[in-house]
Write a protein that binds this ligand. Sequence first.
Ligand code: BGC
Length: 251
Amino acid sequence: MIKYAVVDAVEGTPTTPVLQLPTPRPATPDAVAEAIAALVDQLSTRPQAPDPKASIGVALPAVVRHGVARTAANIDPSWIGTDANRLLSERTGRPVHVLNDADAAGLAEVRHGAGRGELGRPAAGTVLVITLGTGIGSALFVDGRLVPNLELGHVELDGARAETRASAVARERDGIDWPAYAERLQRYLSHLEFLLSPDLIVVGGGISARHEDFLPLLHLEAPVVPAELRNAAGIIGAARHAYQAMPTAVQ
Ligand code: BGC
């Protein structure tokens, strides 16, 4: 699904409901660009239409360097090498800023959700945000500054890529109960904790709605908390990323 909304990027709140559109199949850059252009047109006719000059933030489940997709673990391989900023800006007629989906969710959580510190600032220290979905996404913040494109879902765990064992989809595929899943997550997160020594771990992705079933079973040195912004996190973070790219933005 492509999820979208008009967002007040300063407040970090969607001003429309979070809407969904089935991802086109195959989800090639052209097909996705067409779908995004259509949904922007459709949003523009709503009462809460975005400012005609507002820019667009897009979160993609891939490494995205300066707007160019570099990997395609769970998406159409034709994204690799695509200048997504350029393609989507051309199709929508607005400035578009693309970033990794977990980076987007993390930006939202450290600014407006479970990773925020005092006075609306991101928490100080090292904050690790992990999203559990089809794959595993990761975002690392050091005193509120993002280290972009960290692919921690791809570290090796028990001889396999971690996301093939500990993602939400891996749990469903293997039909394991919550304690068995928590055991896998424990192995994964304690490995990351050893590597990165975070001060706080935020766990997001759709599965975090069920956090009471597995987070209390984890034993880590850092506090582990569920993400707060749920399915709006990626949208809010993408909007924040687009906003920060504006020359007039208050950072
Ligand atoms: C991708 C990441 C993405 C994560 C979550 C992984 O398979 O490599 O770029 O952030 O899935 O969607």
